[in-house]
Design a protein around this ligand. Structure first.
Ligand code: CUK
Ligand code: CUA
Length: 643
């Protein structure tokens, strides 16, 4: 590209728009490492080194990939229905997708974060947020199922989430769209934004033993848009750093209104202080909220859905020492904290540099009240220089996210110039850059957000696939690219397709997963109200027009397998109990005309399908999961007679 063209490109990229797809590096002849095949090959019967929990974006799911192979092992439904696992179809799982708006069986699963102990992934839970109807989920790594979902009140767009503190004391959820607080008073003109629209940051506590969520408290802030955040760790443990855009507090995000200021902010929050105030009874109880809290019980094998109506809110402007604003150029996206906790990296999407802030300088400035003379809606504003460690100069265009390795290096993704750039955290010197195909969004280093990154691998999650795979229709699978980062230069090893749009991921070492005791369901601990203990108990019971079929499943029969006395319009529940002794021998169940999908029932578990037959006739049912040589024989008939 000629210099003049480049300048035009810069101008276009930094000032005008975010549709940069024309500015991709040319030529897909990327430098794949010569022995890449060997380095990503996992021989038959051997395991991958890392298991990577990957967000599925608008698919609403999470998936588990192996590294370095890029093999897909599992799709875990979280905020969307999934017929393969009957998630959101079985009567037991439907309550998990209930919200204060009713049944919402889809969402935009954005970010993933593992639970931490002392700043390291502990392999207990994976947290995920939903961006649209604001929710947080907890996935249990003994069951690989979503165990809990909590809705977040007073928010719209739960993008800045689920960032986790050093010992998983809290999962943080901050609103992307500021909105008037919930309740009847929220019926206000949209152009009264500055007056009425507020940001809320939720602190969702996590029970150390069970992992159970609770919204401990919320912080109310000026009407900023919160984008991303990281909890402090090490020296900065107890703090939280959140990138904010739209410091103009414009009610429309047209660039002429919302991207005017040269700098937006990173908000630094002393969450330990906030917790102290909350525990001392500060803040107000807001009682006009409504939010869902859903839990899956592994003993009854059934989810419960509850609506809660109360939350404690602390207004940051009421306290002098809770929140500070650090100016950050321009429309910052990621706010990422280095492994030691000393440095906070801002990534202004429209900035041509990367500002790196120093926690120590920040503390000194706070200690000396070295602030700008004017506050921002009551919040002290730091002087840019007094918090700045330094700037990475000319790193690339459109910085988004930064991760870290085990050797003092940072890696930043650049959407516009479509590359990953490696730089030294202390000297801020750019050390290497590699193109990505194309337009990388998030990137992930194994353990790259922990106190001791595992390093070794980096995955770039690209937004645009273009020529990497043959078109399979106009939408191509988003491509992930695996780099080996153990040497001085990053080496591209592998392209692999992903499900939905991965925004973030967390790699856990295979050993950590392996050592976790997998939950194996024991029928003796099964407290499902409609379980069947054995074939002798299998039966059909009628109560008015409600029919319950207590059915067992074991290789190779379903009991009962001949069912008569059902009438058109009856409400029929098939409660299927899998009475296998082998832990990994699920059976499926489906019946003609029952549109609410199949079931997949684990050994020791009971699951239910509801069916209202709409006509007279004979309806076959069968096991959907090929389970033995006599799998095709696992079937039966229901006879439906007139009303
Ligand atoms: S965001 Cu996806 S590229 Cu919605 Cu985490 Cu930055
Ligand atoms: Cu059971 Cu197929």
């Amino acid at each position: 590209m000629k210099p003049k063209q480049y300048l035009l490109w810069m101008a276009a990229a930094t000032a005008v728009s975010l549709s940069f797809s024309a500015c991709r590096p040319k030529g897909a002849g990327s430098a794949v490492s010569g022995n890449a095949a060997q380095r990503t090959y996992v021989p038959p019967g051997q395991y991958d080194e890392f298991y990577t929990f990957t967000s599925g974006g608008f698919s609403g799911q999470m998936s588990v990939y192996g590294l370095p192979s890029g093999r897909l092992f599992r799709v875990i439904p979280v905020f969307s229905v999934d017929p393969e696992k009957a998630w959101g179809f079985s009567e037991e799982t439907k309550p998990m997708l209930m919200t204060s708006h009713g049944f919402v069986p889809w969402d935009d699963l954005h970010h993933i974060e593992s639970s931490f102990t002392d700043g390291m992934p502990d392999g207990k839970w994976i947290f995920a947020n939903s961006n649209n109807t604001p929710r947080l989920a907890r996935i249990d790594l003994t069951t690989y199922r979503t165990s809990e979902i909590i809705e977040i009140p007073n928010t719209g767009g739960n993008h800045c989430s689920p960032f986790t503190t050093e010992n998983s004391e809290y999962v943080i959820a901050a609103t992307r769209f500021s909105v008037p607080p919930d309740g009847p008073a929220s019926d206000v003109p949209i152009d009264s934004y500055k007056e009425n629209f507020k940001g809320h940051i939720s602190f969702v506590s996590v029970d150390k033993e069970t992992g159970e969520f609770d919204i401990a408290f919320q912080l109310k802030t000026p009407g900023l848009n919160f984008d991303l955040s990281s909890a402090g760790k090490g020296v900065s443990n107890g703090w939280l750093f959140i990138s904010c855009y739209n410091s103009e507090q414009s009610h429309t995000l047209l660039e002429v209104n919302a991207s005017q200021n040269d700098k937006d902010f990173i908000m630094a929050i002393n969450w330990k202080k906030a917790e102290e105030y909350f525990k001392a009874g500060k803040g107000t109880k807001q009682t006009n909220v409504r939010y869902a809290h859903n839990k899956y019980d592994e003993h009854t094998h059934t989810a419960t859905h509850e609506i809660k109506t109360e939350v404690t809110v602390l207004d940051v402007a009421d306290f002098d020492d809770l929140a500070y604003l650090i100016p950050c150029p321009k429309s910052p996206h990621g706010a990422d904290v280095s492994p030691t906790g000393e440095y906070i990296v801002g990534s202004g999407k429209l900035a041509a540099l990367i500002p790196v802030f120093s926690f120590e300088k920040l503390q000194n400035a706070i200690g000396n009240s070295d602030f700008e003379s004017e506050r921002y809606d009551g919040i002290p504003v730091m002087k840019y220089e007094s918090a700045l460690h330094g700037e990475v100069e000319k790193p690339g265009l459109g910085p988004l996210h930064t991760e870290f390795d085990d050797k003092g290096n940072a890696y930043t993704s650049f959407f516009v110039s479509s590359e990953v750039v490696k730089w030294d955290i202390k000297t801020l010197e750019v050390l290497d850059r590699q193109p990505t195909y194309y337009s990388v969004g998030h990137l992930m280093v194994a353990g790259g957000n922990s106190k001791k990154p595992y390093g070794k691998y980096l995955v770039a999650y690209n937004k645009i696939t273009k020529d990497r795979f043959l078109p399979t229709g106009p939408e191509l699978a988003h491509s992930a690219q695996l780099f080996d980062i153990s040497g001085d230069k990053m080496e591209l090893l592998l392209d692999f397709p992903t499900i939905g749009e991965p925004h973030y991921a967390q790699s856990l070492p295979a050993d950590l997963i392996k050592d976790k005791s997998l939950k194996i369901y024991d029928i003796n601990n099964n407290n499902h109200p409609f379980k069947t203990n054995g074939e002798a108990e299998a039966r059909v019971e009628r109560d008015g027009n409600i029919v319950r079929v207590y059915m067992t499943t074991i290789r190779s029969h379903l009991t009962p397998d001949v069912i008569e006395g059902i009438h058109q319009g009856d409400e029929v529940y098939f409660h299927i109990t899998n009475i296998e002794q082998d832990w990994d021998m699920p059976h499926g169940f489906a019946i003609k005309g029952a549109g609410n999908s199949e079931l997949l029932v684990m050994p020791g578990e009971t699951q239910t399908i509801k069916w209202v037959p709409d006509r007279v006739g004979i309806f076959p049912f069968y096991c959907t999961d090929f389970c033995s040589a006599l799998h095709q024989e696992m079937s039966g008939y229901v006879r439906v007679s007139p009303k």
